[in-house]
Write a protein that binds this ligand. Structure first.
Ligand code: FES
Length: 146
């Protein structure tokens, strides 16, 4: 029996060490170190001083969004034809958010989730919302405004 328990612990340690995403929360805890493959804290860039074209608006799916890593912005489409933008820097420990799914902006580091509608926190450990960014859709392109 003791050997079976030891084997189970070794197996779990191996799984956590491998950093498998599905079990990452159980291994790292809510405020633990980033999961393997997660973003690391990013240096926050200064806002642009001139408009920046991010890309085609067709890259931003309905009920989802797109993260523009270099520009540190996440653009969402929470309703058909309605586009929102927020900083992509998580307010918890400054990782880049990783994805948008079902109108939730997800940080891969510790699992914070934000509303794709208004950037508010839906699930911690983050406690502060994502700051809104100013964008426009011009000639089919998403443009980040200063
Ligand atoms: S940095 Fe911790 S949840 Fe984003």
């Amino acid at each position: 029996m003791a050997q079976a328990e030891t084997t189970r612990r070794v197996l779990l340690a191996g799984v956590c060490g491998a950093g498998l995403g599905a079990v990452g929360a159980a291994c790292g805890g809510a405020a633990g170190p980033p999961e393997a493959g997660a973003s690391t804290p990013a240096a926050v860039k200064a806002p642009p001083t001139a408009p920046v074209t991010l890309g085609p608006v067709t890259d931003v799916p309905l009920d989802s969004g797109k993260v523009y890593d270099i520009e540190q912005v996440v653009v969402t489409q929470p309703q058909q034809g309605v586009y929102k933008a927020f900083t992509s820097i998580c307010t918890h420990k400054q990782c880049q958010v990783g994805s948008v799914s079902q109108n939730q902006i997800i940080c891969p580091c510790h699992g914070s989730r934000y509303s794709a509608e208004d950037g508010s926190v839906l699930n911690g450990p983050a406690t502060q919302p994502l700051a809104a960014k100013n964008i426009a859709v011009e000639s089919g392109q998403v443009v980040l405004k200063p």
